[in-house]
Design a protein around this ligand. Structure first.
Ligand SMILES: [Zn+2]
Length: 222
């Protein structure tokens, strides 16, 4: 794959970032075994994604696969994650997204197996993820159908559930997507737990809009 437009330096830095975040994700308990995948955007043409069936104990930055988002052609000997088509479709739909994390975390998967969304119940959930966490319909992993379902469920959100499969989060940075995965997992747990005390009270749309705007535009240091 020869393309003068690819920024080699940026691609290398993205490989390092994806590898480091994959290790953090593994140690956080959000994934088990070789499951889950992470990617980072290089530019409008290329992304870097974790390899298929990766062994988290032996991850090296150079094993993170550089792949063309339009053609899914990739460099090197390692095959990209089978869910690369889902990541590519999200980057093409969302120019502001620079990082994506996909997990099969326990509580998110519990809600996803019930085929329910996570209503807007936690403050940090609505700030970071933008409100209710929608459910993408059940489809075969790594198919165009799954990509379309996930892109639809993510509209104006930074997180979605995938029926009987797991969760996916996006961010302006990969770190933001990682925080989103942790917040989504916690919101799923809180939602389940709250059923035992009469069910949660949802946050109003007005408050959701205020908090999400605050997170996107005013939060943090300048
Ligand atoms: Zn998956």
């Amino acid at each position: 794959m020869e393309d003068k437009r690819m920024n080699r330096q940026k691609a290398k830095l993205t490989q390092i970032e994806v590898c480091n975040t994959a290790l953090s994700m593994y140690h956080s308990g959000l994934v088990a075994g070789t499951w889950g995948n992470i990617s980072g955007r290089v530019d409008d043409e290329y992304m870097v994604i974790t390899p298929s069936g990766m062994d988290y104990e032996r991850l090296a930055a150079e094993d993170m696969v550089i792949i063309n988002m339009h053609t899914l052609a990739y460099e090197g000997n390692l095959k990209p994650s089978v869910e690369a088509v889902v990541h590519a479709s999200i980057y093409l739909d969302r120019p502001e997204v620079n990082g994506i994390m996909h997990t099969h975390s326990t509580y998110a998967l519990t809600v996803a197996t019930a085929r329910k969304p996570i209503p807007p119940v936690c403050d940090d959930q609505v700030q970071i993820l933008g409100g209710e966490v929608r459910l993408a319909a059940y489809t075969m992993p790594g198919t165009k159908e799954m990509a379309e379902e996930v892109v639809g469920a993510l509209k104006e959100r930074a997180g979605a559930l995938i029926a009987n499969h797991g969760a996916i989060t996006v961010g302006r940075t990969l770190t933001e997507a990682y925080v989103g995965s942790q917040v989504l997992e916690k919101a799923a747990m809180v939602y389940i737990n709250s059923q035992s005390i009469g069910g949660p009270v949802e946050i109003s749309q007005e408050d959701i809009d205020f908090f999400h705007d605050f997170f996107l535009n005013k939060y943090g240091q300048r």
